[in-house]
Write a protein that binds this ligand. Structure first.
Ligand SMILES: [Zn+2]
Length: 216
């Protein structure tokens, strides 16, 4: 049995210990995977998109809500993004599903929604690759951080700060990258000075604790 958990991917990759496939774009479901659905902040969507997420969550299709969040580079106004993001936070709470978050240059706004809404579900900032101050603020508020392909980039932020993430707040992912999940685990373990087995065990424990409502 494969040891590795992929918290966020856009590619059909069954065979991992667990993998959450983002089906927001209407991608077909793939047996052996878990699913997430959300409204990406880069796209402008209407109420019907929220209703579709609500329906899938109600039917027990989803293991998580997302990716969703806020992106200062998006063509959609931050105000509109915040509205849709908050509505998805509500769905995450209503169905007790963790939230997979995309955040670019909007971390103060993200934390302000967090403080206002006091969610009880886990918030996972996916593809984290920002500075130490933001990382520490997220961790202090109890958010989880997921690292992906940037861990292999010699000049990335996450490579520098991955050792600061407590074992119990860490996830790993492939997202839309063709880099094998194993490589991301190997490099992360090496940078953190732990074995791949220990890392995989910790991420799996986090997954089991967080995805308490997962289908099957
Ligand atoms: Zn993604």
């Amino acid at each position: 049995m494969n040891l590795f958990t992929d918290i966020h991917t856009h590619t059909a990759s069954p065979g991992h210990k667990a993998a959450v496939l983002d089906i927001s774009d209407g991608k077909p479901r793939v047996p052996g995977m878990l699913y997430s659905k959300g409204i990406h902040p880069l796209f402008s969507r209407g109420e019907e998109a929220l209703e579709a997420i609500d329906a899938d969550a109600a039917n027990g299709v989803l293991a998580a809500i997302g990716e969703c969040g806020m992106d200062r580079n998006a063509p959609v106004s931050l105000k509109k993004q915040e509205y849709f993001f908050s509505r998805q936070v509500e769905l995450s709470e209503k169905y007790r599903l963790p939230l997979i978050i995309h955040c670019v240059r909007a971390f103060p706004e993200l934390l302000s929604v967090y403080k206002n809404m006091c969610p009880s579900e886990t918030w996972i900032v996916h593809g984290y690759n920002n500075n130490r101050e933001i990382l520490e603020a997220l961790l202090q508020h109890g958010l989880y951080v997921s690292a992906g392909k940037h861990i292999l980039d010699p000049v990335s932020n996450i490579r520098q700060w991955i050792g600061l993430v407590p074992a119990e707040q860490l996830f790993l992912e492939t997202d839309d990258s063709p880099v094998p999940l194993e490589k991301i685990y190997e490099e992360t373990a090496r940078l953190r000075g732990e074995t791949v087995e220990t890392l995989a065990k910790n991420v799996w424990a986090n997954f089991r604790r967080t995805f308490h409502n997962k289908p099957q």
